[in-house]
Design a protein around this ligand. Structure first.
Ligand SMILES: CC(C)(COP(=O)(O)OP(=O)(O)OC[C@H]1O[C@@H](n2cnc3c(N)ncnc32)[C@H](O)[C@@H]1OP(=O)(O)O)[C@@H](O)C(=O)NCCC(=O)NCCS
Length: 215
């Protein structure tokens, strides 16, 4: 088995190995057996597009994910401490925007129907850019990361972009963050970096790197 590309089915082999690592090295190994089991469960994830009504109904679980990401240090528009009220307000506006046909909202659900990730395609653009869209708020709950949810969300949002006749896609992300590797693996072109563009949730300045992809 190639551990770099292990899949959910490998979890039962990885769990005893992980237990051995914990016995040998204490907790230098970041994942516990319980976390491995959790990951194994979240391996069975489905990605789907939700309409405005369902987006409104999902405001609380989507807020859970946003709060988890910001508390985990992700620079995604919000500062610490992030209040549930501001997270809920954000997702209500997203639901309103879905209702207006300005954006597409995708969610990733595990086998028990729990939302573990999300991404948006912002389709409303100036009239001279009808073929362009922005990708925004790619968020995966920390408990569901590194199982391919981000990669699958990206593949699906690109597929939906094509469906929507959007052939030029743009996104930006914190320079040096985990998401950069995801986008590069998915074939996105690095356009450039603006130093000191935004703040990390703790107030530290960070650069932003812009990516584009022709689909
Ligand atoms: C960036 C983010 C969306 C990635 O989500 P994710 O679901 O962990 O993404 P993936 O699982 O597809 O890939 C992550 C890593 O897991 C690895 N991986 C994927 N499936 C795996 C598996 N079955 N076994 C082991 N590793 C796996 C990938 O190779 C990748 O490796 P890398 O860290 O070396 O790049 C997530 O970290 C996140 O939500 N971050 C906070 C919010 C954020 O910054 N969003 C971007 C805004 S622009």
């Amino acid at each position: 088995m190639d551990f770099r590309f292990a899949v959910a089915e490998n979890a039962e082999h990885l769990a005893p190995l992980n237990a051995q690592l914990i016995r040998d090295e204490g907790h230098r190994n970041a994942m516990t057996v319980e976390q491995l089991v959790e990951k194994r469960m979240s391996g069975n994830v489905t990605i789907r597009r939700v309409g405005a009504d369902e987006a409104t109904a999902c405001v609380q679980p989507l807020s859970d994910i946003l709060i988890d990401c910001v508390e985990g240090g992700a620079s995604v528009s919000f500062m610490l401490p992030i209040s549930r009220e501001s997270a809920v307000m954000f997702w209500r506006k997203v639901a309103d925007s879905v209702a207006l046909g300005e954006r597409v909202l995708l969610i990733a659900e595990d086998s028990s129907g729990r939302i573990v990730g999300t991404v948006q395609l912002i389709t409303a653009q100036p009239e001279n850019q009808p073929h362009r869209a922005d990708i925004a708020k790619m968020l995966v709950h920390r408990k569901a990361r590194k199982t391919g949810v981000g990669q699958r969300l990206m593949a699906e949002v690109e597929r939906v972009a094509l469906e929507e006749n959007k052939h030029v896609l743009v996104l930006d992300t914190v320079t040096g963050g985990d998401a950069e590797r995801l986008y590069q693996r998915a074939g996105w072109q690095r356009v450039g970096t603006v130093p000191n563009y935004a703040l990390m949730p703790d107030g530290e300045l960070c650069g932003t790197t812009f990516y584009s992809k022709q689909v």
